[in-house]
Design a protein. Structure first.
Length: 523
């Protein structure tokens, strides 16, 4: 069967562009490397932490080289992608993030081909699709918006109140993190039970509006076809068009091929350039030498403050407060739930009990610093060592600049000060080495010599190939990127729908505006 569109990947980019195309009447095939994540009480247990589930796989491990060490990293492979295990933070990039900043850009030539106003209607649509709960009016960096949030946020947990009050005493302005979490039951899904197992876990109550819960099931009911456990290994082209998508079934090992009028790559910031390079498509692009280059990942770290007693005695969800006062200096600070369950499941046995004891009496602040796009930071391939699917080995080289480290150091200092004001006896800093915020490896831009994508997300040199995931974003900004990936995919999908003379999609508008969420109940 020939499709109108093949969407590779079911994360924020893939699911959102599929939403537009399906609602425009297109026949859409979505190809996903992983399977569905089960939901239920087991998600709350020790084996529910995402990094120890079968959905974080090493079957096509990434070899990472940083300044300090070399190591192997896995990847999230499941329906809904990393959204299933994220914490729900759903920020819009700020207006200034779309403008030129020489201090950030340096010699990278990174430039947005659009402005915030071009993306704003699609931010609004993404927030409604994900039923984002938030507040307005307190954050001086917040950009203009055309509609309110879908919900108001839930009451603060004890630890969130403690952080907010300490920040205010220091003259800062604590704000609420916008969260894609439902506080009232809808359809066949439950409401948030404030269990504290959100960031790093699949939601057992299905109240977190990840893509496997809030978007993809509806698309399947509308006629989209989803092929799970299917690995894309090559894009075959003829002239200026991709003609065939070649795949391997992870379970059976059988090879399959699919054809479509258009192909949308949403495999992720590492997997998308991997597939492009493995297919030799960099040779067709005038900016082919930059495919896989300019990888950004945020300079993240968590500062844990140790308290005399549990700062969150009810173990409620406490990823609620953010400090945006330092955003113009390069980043922000967000509260996060200390990963006590992950420590019990993931650390060596001898460290599990003491680490869990420490985290039980800790409160965490995540620092997010925008990092510079640098040509040296790159995804490359090694054809001499293919994986079991026949894809060349994926190599990642990355190190932060002195400027990135300086900004992170300042944010860490601010986080320590807030925790001490909140009553922490001492603080511990833990660096984050994951690629959960990775962006920029197949970026959009104005210069066709240094930007593989044009302003519509089209891969230069091919008429029917589009990139819709985080690899398309030229800068990382200083907040979580998921909502911007989603909004940009909606924007690209809308442009394609218009150009194909299909009916314009209508933004999804049936979710209620919950101004007064019901009282949360414990599980």
């Amino acid at each position: 069967m020939s499709w109108d569109a093949i969407v590779i990947g079911s994360g924020f980019g893939g699911a959102m562009v599929a939403h537009v195309l399906v609602n425009a009447g297109h026949r859409v095939l979505m190809v996903e490397r992983g399977g569905w994540v089960g939901r239920g009480p087991d998600n709350w247990g020790a084996r529910g932490a995402g990094l120890v589930t079968p959905h974080y796989t090493m079957d096509a491990a990434v070899h990472v080289q940083s300044r300090e060490k070399h190591y192997q990293a896995g990847a999230w492979n499941c329906v809904g992608g990393q959204s299933v295990f994220y914490g729900g933070a759903s920020y819009r990039f700020r207006q200034s993030d779309f403008e030129h900043h020489a201090d950030v850009v340096g010699d990278s030539n990174a430039a947005w081909p659009i402005r915030y106003s071009d993306l704003e209607p699609f931010y609004a649509e993404a927030e409604w699709l994900l039923a984002v709960a938030g507040e307005t009016g307190r954050d001086s960096t917040e950009p203009p918006r055309s509609i309110p949030y879908a919900q108001r946020p839930a009451p603060l947990s004890a630890s969130a109140r403690r952080i907010a009050e300490a920040s205010a005493r220091l003259g800062l302005t604590p704000t609420r993190i916008p969260l894609a979490i439902s506080y009232a039951a809808q359809e066949e899904r439950g409401a948030c039970v404030a269990c504290g197992k959100c960031d790093g876990y699949a939601c057992a109550a299905e109240a977190k509006n990840d893509l496997a819960t809030a978007v993809i099931p509806r698309l399947l009911r509308q006629g989209m076809t989803l092929r799970t456990n299917t690995v894309c290994v090559r894009l075959v082209h003829s002239g200026s068009r991709v003609t065939t998508v070649e795949c391997v079934n992870r379970v059976t090992g059988t090879h399959e091929s699919f054809t479509a009028r258009r192909v949308f790559l949403g495999a992720g910031t590492l997997a998308t350039p991997h597939l492009l390079l493995a297919s030799g498509l960099d040779a067709l692009n005038p900016a082919g030498a930059t495919v896989g280059r300019y990888l950004t990942r945020h300079r993240n770290a968590v500062v844990f403050g140790a308290f005399a007693s549990r700062p969150n005695p009810e173990q409620d969800f406490d990823k609620q407060i953010a400090i945006m006062d330092f955003y113009r200096d390069g980043g922000c600070i967000q509260q996060m739930t200390p990963p006590e369950g992950l420590a019990r499941a993931y650390l060596p046995r001898v460290l599990r009990a003491p680490a869990a004891m420490f985290l039980a009496r800790a409160s965490g602040l995540l620092i997010i610093a925008e990092d510079q796009p640098r040509h040296h930071n790159a995804v490359t391939i090694d054809r001499s060592r293919p994986d079991r699917y026949g894809l060349p080995r994926l190599l990642v080289r990355h190190q932060y600049s002195a400027r990135d480290e300086a900004i992170a150091s300042r944010l860490i200092g601010h986080a320590k000060r807030i925790l001490r004001e909140a009553g922490a006896r001492f603080t511990v800093v833990h660096g984050i080495e994951t690629f959960s915020h990775a962006l920029g490896t197949v970026r959009m831009g104005l210069d066709d010599r240094t930007s593989p994508l044009d302003g519509e997300g089209r891969y230069r040199g091919l008429d029917n190939l589009f990139v819709v995931d985080g690899s398309a974003l030229p800068r990382s900004a200083g907040v979580n990127p998921s909502l911007t990936i989603a909004a940009n995919a909606l924007r690209i999908g809308a442009r394609v729908a218009r150009s194909s003379l299909s009916p314009l999609h209508r933004p999804f508008r049936t979710l209620p505006v919950w101004h007064n969420p019901p009282a949360l109940t414990k599980r």
